[in-house]
Write a protein that binds this ligand. Structure first.
Ligand SMILES: Nc1nc2c(ncn2[C@@H]2O[C@H](COP(=O)(O)OP(=O)(O)OP(=O)(O)O)[C@@H](O)[C@H]2O)c(=O)[nH]1
Ligand SMILES: [Mg+2]
Length: 415
């Protein structure tokens, strides 16, 4: 099935040429990538090529309505400055959606901080129990400091951070009796200082039509889900969004993105499994330009660690979209699964060298006992952390807030 709304020739010749001249990728560290993710691969009504969404801001907490899911209409051609107006804001046809997804769309009742704290509870309980064990009725001596440093390392904060944080505690409290609460508060303040500089919201350049966001990462780290969550946020801000199913490796990956397209009211550009991903990205960018779409989110395949060819494919996507817009991709997001702990460090190294990663999104902070890895990543790579994921639902992605994170990690209240 080919879901193209437009009849231009794709740059396959160029792409093929690129392929033959592309340097072989470096061997990728054989770290255990998360195996097959339990993706939400429910059957989708197809085809799902869609009209571009109406550009008006969408009220929260309502999901932006999806467009009609009937036969692909002819592409509305509008100059970039004047995106096509639609009178009829399409409505969600909830009966068309798998039950599990419909249920998820309920806006969470708990506030974000409470959910972040719940999400990080596995990480924080390990730390807080450890801190209580070390510091109950005890002076801050060398032995206690050593135990604390060890605890922080096992909680994935990394040796550099652990040493730095304990040194700071020693500087102010050495030889004094300190309560676990004091230790937690000091640690939270130190952690906030380390992660503060990387807590940067993802800024969209409104003058770019589209602002191209390429989403990369090892398989199962949450690329497609994060794209869906971001799409919802952008739509709620009144932006027009297009999704490109650049993971042509698996049929299920395409259907998964189409579901997110329906849920968030975004057109999805997709092709058959096995199609050239770079060609698809090229077409999607041209189409997004033609329609004056604000943001183009490009999904990519993730099985890169054991398939060097896919790494090469990623570089090819970047080269080919630059033929349309030299400045694209404007953002290259790397998704990292917080449950993988220190493996995330290898992944940053590999992808950063490969595609010039501009920012990180840490996913699965819920249910991870290794949330501390965010601190060591911040310390080591200094790459912006734009957002964090704390669940599979459409609302479970938020801009990364250093102070909230640090307090949640130490099990402290928000105030
Ligand atoms: N608990 C939790 N699950 C998440 C989060 N983000 C994604 N997931 C789940 O992780 C699984 C993998 O997510 P995907 O978005 O399919 O990951 P991907 O990187 O696109 O994977 P590939 O397409 O195989 O490369 C899915 O079951 C998601 O629902 C999160 O923040 N928290
Ligand atoms: Mg995916």
């Amino acid at each position: 099935m080919i879901l193209r709304w437009f009849g231009r020739k794709k740059p396959e010749e160029e792409a093929r040429k690129d392929e033959t001249t592309a340097p072989l990728p470096e061997p990728v560290p054989a770290e255990p990538a998360p195996t097959e993710p339990p993706t939400q691969e429910a059957p989708v009504p197809e085809p799902v090529a869609q009209e571009p969404p109406a550009p008006e801001p969408l009220p929260e907490p309502e999901l932006p309505p999806p467009p009609a899911v009937e036969t692909p209409p002819p592409p509305p051609v509008a100059p970039p400055s004047e995106p096509e107006e639609r009178e009829d804001a399409p409505e969600i046809v909830r009966d068309d959606l798998p039950a599990a997804l419909t249920a998820e769309e309920e806006k969470p009742k708990k506030g974000w901080f409470a959910r972040l704290k719940d999400g990080l509870s596995k990480s924080s309980s390990k730390l807080t129990e450890g801190i209580s064990g070390i510091f109950t009725k005890r002076k801050l001596d060398d032995e206690a400091l050593e135990e604390l440093e060890e605890l922080l390392i096992t909680a994935d904060l990394g040796p550099t951070t652990a040493a730095k944080v304990t040194a700071e505690l020693a500087r102010t409290r050495f030889g004094k009796e300190v309560s676990p609460e004091e230790v937690k508060a000091t640690l939270a303040a130190e952690v906030a200082k380390i992660v503060g500089p990387v807590a940067k919201p993802l800024v969209i350049d409104a003058t770019l039509k589209p602002h191209v966001i390429l989403v990369v990462g090892v398989n199962g780290t949450g690329k497609t889900t994060t794209i869906g969550k971001l799409a919802r946020q952008f739509r709620a801000e009144g932006k027009t969004v297009m999704l490109a199913a650049g993971d042509t490796f698996r049929a299920a990956a395409v259907s998964q993105l189409k579901i997110w397209g329906e849920r968030t009211g975004c057109p999805v550009i997709a092709r058959d499994t096995g199609a050239d991903a770079a060609g698809l990205a090229f077409d999607a960018l041209e189409e997004a330009r033609r329609q004056g779409v604000d943001i183009l989110l490009i999904d990519t395949a993730g099985r890169l660690q054991n398939k060097a060819g896919l790494m090469d494919e990623l570089r090819k996507i970047v080269r080919v979209i630059k033929k349309v817009d030299e400045s694209a991709p404007h953002t290259t997001l790397l998704t990292l699964d917080a449950t993988t702990g220190q493996n995330a460090h290898n992944q940053v190294e590999v992808f950063r060298d490969m595609v010039n990663v501009s920012g990180l999104i840490l996913t699965k902070l819920d249910g991870s006992a290794r949330g501390g890895v965010l601190v060591s990543l911040a310390e080591r790579f200094k790459l912006p952390v734009h957002a964090i994921g704390i669940g599979e639902g459409v609302y479970d992605l938020r801009p990364f807030d250093a102070d909230q994170f640090a307090k949640s990690l130490m099990g402290l209240p928000s105030q």
